[in-house]
Design a protein around this ligand. Structure first.
Ligand SMILES: O=P(O)(O)OC[C@H]1O[C@H](O[C@H]2O[C@H](CO)[C@@H](O)[C@H](O)[C@H]2O)[C@H](O)[C@@H](O)[C@@H]1O
Length: 290
């Protein structure tokens, strides 16, 4: 496996500030917990045409597993925060022990404990179920007969996929139909990378990250938690938007963003996470190095 690329000096400085303990060394009761919250598609797993084949890159997998292992003995905690539904995220993400999971952009949450995924079942009310049927039928109809346009059905959303379509006019018409049904039902159409997603549960990755911040501070027994959030898509902007000065927002890849820092791709992100793990390892080692 090749070494991940070295992070740029400005990102490294931001990482050092993010990881710094409250006092001269690790171990003070005042040290904040560190929540490392990572988007999945386009962030840890390169984008591919068939979403069922998405996988983390080897360096990303190695970095995630190392951070998860460190969660057992330092103040860091790991979360995967995705638009995927929870079962799909757990299946494709292969989250290590202790990982917090956020699926469906915040509508579903889980935690890997004792090798099992603990989660609260997502319950839709009658109105939400009816809206989901309407959205799904509209998107299915918009996709029918147009090669490369297809619909992914999730427990609380339907997603129009257009990555494989060559006919720009057909894509425009399908996207218009998706925006139309969202408007008609008073729902929000999330425009991501070659997808339009319409969910019947109102939430966001921003809300999910704020919730996790509290959960992780409590789990660590820390007075507060800092958040490192990395993501590549428009939906990740909602998470970046809730971060504060002491947090670290990392945009992965090109495109407009409110995040002040950027890394090129999954492997560059992995390089940065390995540096964070190095710093935590050093901080958690006894002074004599034994
Ligand atoms: O929040 P994420 O983990 O980034 O998930 C967002 C959506 O990811 C998937 O779609 C994206 O990845 C696909 C596989 O690489 C790609 O084909 C598609 O064009 C991308 O938009 C997933 O299929 C969606 O359900 C997620 O909401």
């Amino acid at each position: 496996m090749s070494e991940p690329p070295a992070p740029t000096p400005s990102v490294l400085a931001a990482l050092t500030a993010f990881a710094r303990p409250a006092g001269p060394g690790e171990g003070s009761a005042e040290d904040p917990a560190l929540l490392v919250a990572l988007d999945f598609d386009g962030t840890l797993a390169p984008l591919v045409d068939d979403p069922t084949t998405s996988r983390m890159t080897d360096p990303a997998r190695a970095a995630v597993e190392r951070l998860a292992e460190l969660a057992g003995r330092t103040r860091v905690r790991l979360a995967l925060v995705s638009g995927r539904d929870l079962a799909d995220l757990a299946d494709l993400g292969g989250p290590p022990e202790g990982t917090y999971l956020v699926g469906s952009h915040g509508a579903e949450t889980g935690h890997v404990v004792g090798g099992r995924l603990e989660s609260v079942a997502l319950e839709l009310d009658g109105g939400q179920r009816a809206a989901l049927r309407d959205v799904a039928a509209t998107l299915d109809e918009a996709a029918t007969g147009h090669p490369g346009i297809w619909v992914q059905h999730k427990p609380s959303a339907a997603v129009l996929h257009t990555r494989l379509a060559d006919d720009a006019a057909a894509v425009d018409a399908a996207v218009l139909a998706a925006d139309g049904v969202a408007d008609r039902l008073g729902l929000h159409a999330l425009h991501g990378k070659d997808v339009v997603e319409i969910a019947v549960v109102t939430t966001s990755k921003g809300e999910a990250v704020e919730r996790l911040r509290g959960v992780v501070a409590d789990a660590v027994g820390a007075p507060s938690a800092r958040v490192l959030y990395a993501g590549d898509d428009t939906t990740d902007e909602r998470a970046f938007a809730v971060l504060h000065d002491e947090d670290l927002a990392l945009k992965v890849g090109p495109g407009p963003t409110v995040a002040p820092y950027r890394v090129a791709d999954a492997d560059a992100l992995a390089g940065l996470l390995e540096r964070l793990a190095d710093a935590l390892e050093r901080g958690s080692s006894p002074p004599d190095g034994s």
